[in-house]
Ligand binder design. Structure first.
Ligand SMILES: Cc1cc2nc3c(=O)[nH]c(=O)nc-3n(C[C@H](O)[C@H](O)[C@H](O)COP(=O)(O)OP(=O)(O)OC[C@H]3O[C@@H](n4cnc5c(N)ncnc54)[C@H](O)[C@@H]3O)c2cc1C
Length: 123
């Protein structure tokens, strides 16, 4: 896996940065400084990264790895907690949702799974 920027992403960033600058100027800014993102990816200038996916949650075992309780469809005593469950990146920071999902899974393990081990969702 690489998080390096491809040519289309560099162009996309240049286009959007110019558009933002136009909007900000039209709003009356006296000075607008533009910084374009360039390849290669450099962790010293851009440090936040939200990696998601890998063992996504869903309602259908043929298109997802875990169910709504983050329980593996294939191995019922395996629960996979983390941003790996997200099928796509959200618009905002992921960590609170990761925590909420961990709480949700832990609650299901205590209140449902331990009483009756096995798949928690029929599909
Ligand atoms: C610089 C930076 C800034 C960020 N800022 C924010 C922010 O402000 N707000 C926000 O919401 N999110 C932020 N994020 C994103 C957030 O940190 C992640 O989305 C979140 O930590 C993902 O949680 P996770 O449990 O999926 O993965 P992780 O927190 O990465 O946990 C995975 C764990 O698995 C362990 N591991 C890996 N391989 C193995 C193995 N083979 N065996 C055993 N253990 C293993 C790792 O050591 C790690 O502890 C930021 C991320 C970065 C990099």
């Amino acid at each position: 896996m690489t998080i390096d920027l491809k040519e289309n992403e560099v162009k996309q960033n240049r286009f959007l940065t110019d558009k933002f600058a136009e909007i900000i100027k039209a709003m009356g800014a006296n000075q607008v400084d533009k910084t374009y993102r360039t390849a290669p990816y450099d962790v010293t200038t851009y440090q936040t990264t939200h990696l998601n996916g890998g063992a996504i949650m869903g309602a259908d075992p043929t298109t997802s790895a875990v169910n709504r309780y983050l329980q593996s469809w294939d191995v019922s005593n395996l629960f996979v907690l983390g941003a790996s469950a997200f099928p796509q990146n959200a618009g905002y920071n992921p960590t609170l949702t990761v925590g909420a999902l961990a709480y949700w899974a832990a609650d299901a393990i205590r209140s449902k799974y331990l009483k009756n081990p096995g798949r928690l969702v029929d599909a």
